[in-house]
Write a protein that binds this ligand. Structure first.
Ligand code: 5GP
Length: 190
């Protein structure tokens, strides 16, 4: 998505060797118009599949997920990160390791909001090593629901996430695919 790539080039800041900061439009301040275009783009890409529900993780997945849900006219559910040591009853859960924060997040979804047979599209802000999406996949599997694909706003194609999801047979569609960070410059996949 050209508009998104331009925005990343303009506003993105590279931290360390593999982190991209995009807090001017996605991860802190949000550009609603850009988010709406992102939602429309996902809706166009996945127009050929039946989708009952969109699933994401709080917090930064929520805005592209909601805009996609708006465009597709389907509900959006976000997994909560469980901070307490005890789990409430009636939830699907998974552990998600964060390479960026080097912590494990326990994510959970109330079982009322994901049921057997539902066709689920996963949306997230970033794909890095694939742990967040893998956690959502684990939850969808527990619920005996079905994954129709994963829509990613920014994929860091030099990390392992894509391979992991390919191996799991999941269709992944990313709007911006970063090939490398080199000398402070962002290179996109051709
Ligand atoms: P993964 O689970 O694929 O390793 O990482 C995905 C999650 O980590 C995303 O949901 C995002 O919150 C966070 N993340 C990974 N890499 C980056 C990055 O370069 N920049 C930002 N802002 N978040 C990232």
């Amino acid at each position: 998505m050209k508009l998104l790539e331009e925005r990343i080039r303009q506003d993105g800041r590279i931290l360390g060797k593999d982190i991209l900061k995009v807090d001017t439009f996605l991860n802190h301040q949000i550009d609603p118009e850009l988010m709406q275009k992102i939602g429309d783009e996902f809706a166009t890409i996945f127009r050929d599949v039946a989708i009952d529900k969109i699933l994401t993780v709080e917090s930064s997945g929520i805005e592209p997920a909601v805009m996609t849900g708006l465009a597709l006219h389907v509900p959006v559910v976000f997994a909560r990160k469980n901070k307490s040591l005890t789990l409430p009853d009636g939830v699907w859960t998974a552990d998600v390791y964060s390479f960026t924060k080097q912590t494990i997040n326990h994510i959970m979804i109330d079982q009322r909001f994901l049921t057997a047979g539902e066709r689920v599209l996963i949306i997230d802000d970033f794909l890095a090593n694939g742990q967040a999406v893998a956690g959502l996949v684990a939850i969808v599997t527990q619920a005996h629901a079905e994954i129709v694909g994963a829509g990613i706003v920014i994929e860091k194609a030099f990390q392992q996430g894509r391979q992991l999801l390919d191996e799991a047979g999941i269709r992944v569609e990313s709007l911006a695919r970063i090939a490398a960070f080199e000398n402070g410059q962002i290179t996109f996949m051709a």
